[in-house]
Design a protein around this ligand. Sequence first.
Ligand SMILES: C[S@@+](CC[C@H](N)C(=O)[O-])C[C@H]1O[C@@H](n2cnc3c(N)ncnc32)[C@H](O)[C@@H]1O
Length: 218
Amino acid sequence: MSTVPTQVTAELFNYLIARTTPEDAFLKELREAAIAAALPAIWISPEQAVFMHILLQISGAKRVLEIGTLGGYSAVAMAQALGPDGHIDTLELEPRHVAFAREWIERGGFTTNIHVHQGAALDTLASLAAGPTYDAVFIDADKGNYAAYLHQTLDMVRPGGLIMVDNAFAFGRILEDQTTTDDVWAIRAFNDLMAREQRVMSLIVPIADGLWVGVKQG
Ligand SMILES: C[S@@+](CC[C@H](N)C(=O)[O-])C[C@H]1O[C@@H](n2cnc3c(N)ncnc32)[C@H](O)[C@@H]1O
């Protein structure tokens, strides 16, 4: 049996946002600089950053793998949750995004905690695969490769590790049955794949554009 949840109207959403821990001051500064630098405004939302921070903190994660750095907003948000001995490997293709992220990671004092790897994520993943396992992974890059990213990273995360994948709602278009883009089709296929994946206990959390949250079994 399933129960239809309360619909989150704009009014209810404003109510819950007003009661969510406010955006960290440094993250706000980074976000505003990213807007001023005309980076694509596709980073996680402040409330998603709070949610991911809570998940990482309660799981005691220390090593995180991120696919899709952009300007470093989510990487810094996660590093804040890991504490001073945390480590994040974050993967980014675009040199301009890498340069911005590195600058802000340095400004925030996270250079020893966050390592930005420039290049196509699948190539970088292959080079990191032989290293120590991760406590958590966050997939948030090119949607057409989501299935490959899951396949590759599942072997790199320890049993009991946290799996987070962004944009499960495909920019709000997941249920559209009219013409949709390749990215929407890719996310549909990925969502179905994730739902069948027996190595992960998971669900889509209706926050921001839908966040897959799972725990690797075994
Ligand atoms: C949605 S943004 C990441 C946002 C970031 N996680 C945040 O919330 O602050 C996706 C990023 O993935 C990068 N990207 C796209 N294709 C990639 C690839 N094949 N390898 C690595 N990064 C890629 C894009 O350049 C973009 O910066």
